[in-house]
Design a protein around this ligand. Sequence first.
Ligand SMILES: [Zn+2]
Length: 397
Amino acid sequence: MNKSTFPLMLLVMLGIANSTIAQKACTTLEKNAKLQKDFHSTHIDSSGRGLADNYYLWNPGSVLKVKFLSGSPKMQEKVKSFASEWTQYANIKFQYVTSGASDIRILLAKDKGHNSYIGTVCKMIGDYEETMNLDTTDFITDLSMKGTVLHEFGHALGLLHEHSNPISGIQWNKDTIYKNYWKWYGWDKDQVDYQVFRTVAASYTNGTTYDPVSIMHYSIDPWETTNGYSVAWNYYLSSGDKSLIAALYPKKGPSLNEVPRLSVSNFQKLNVQENKSKKGISLFPAFDLSAFGKSGKAYLVAEFYDTNWQPLADSDGEYSFEDRVAAFRSINTIPGKKTSYNKVKKDFEIFIPYDQVETAKDKGVVYIQFRIVLQTKDGELKDVYYASPAAFSYSKP
Ligand SMILES: [Zn+2]
């Protein structure tokens, strides 16, 4: 499967580029374009500051396996040293591995920019693909390297950009930014709106206040704001960064602003079968699902695509998920519980009648994408797992 032809797997990058400063701005990588879709949550007060996607936090106490995909031993040692500062405050450990499974994979390379997936989104990335890029051309001084490493590891721990704080009050010099970003980067208005001016929903602040000295804040030049407001490059964890990460990954008790979280393991090849008696296709996904945090609702979804990886258009509103032809079942997640599906016997079936995937029949094959989606209490959908796509071939009449 080619990623570029499969819209759901497209990576959306967001961030600010700043040409007036030699160091490249970081971009965060999102697995799900709807990551920041607006929703509301109960305000929880805290002394911490900063933004985090609570749905993609690791479990407090986790030992995250980190693997370097490149870089000199000297450079790798520096990264380890700088990143370790987070673990002084977060109940998280980094275990550096050179083989086998890993949670975070770092590519140290030239001119690939700095970026990272957010928290457990890393688990949705292929085993051989980096989840974090660190651009060594920017590491002119140890201080600039330290600031960047801390920032990217902040993303890997689930933190979002601080300048996306809805209460930042940043008065962007929009017209000039539109003009300059078009000239410098070829970004149109929509791109600038999405990547520069967009703010996240208030719930992601975890009830914290705006923290311009957060390691997760970009630098802002005075020309970029109408009131001359500027933010210098931050190289150190702020007190807000430290208190927030400690509250999100506490040594004891629940994480701040706890939400349902899910982890999928041991997924086996998607079992797809013709179901002659029911005149359709039966799927038996086999995997283990572990739930954490709070109880919640999740959808186990099979979406159907044509041979060009275009989603089959839904015509009747039946067997539809997010306006795509799909079969799905919902489950309630119970924190602390691990559930096996279709492991010992076929105990969980997802079924779709042939007439719902009629348009694929002419080609003789339909592609199936199985994914697991968590629903927030306000209805937002958060991807937690994508299986390798499967194909179903129609038997010749
Ligand atoms: Zn960033």
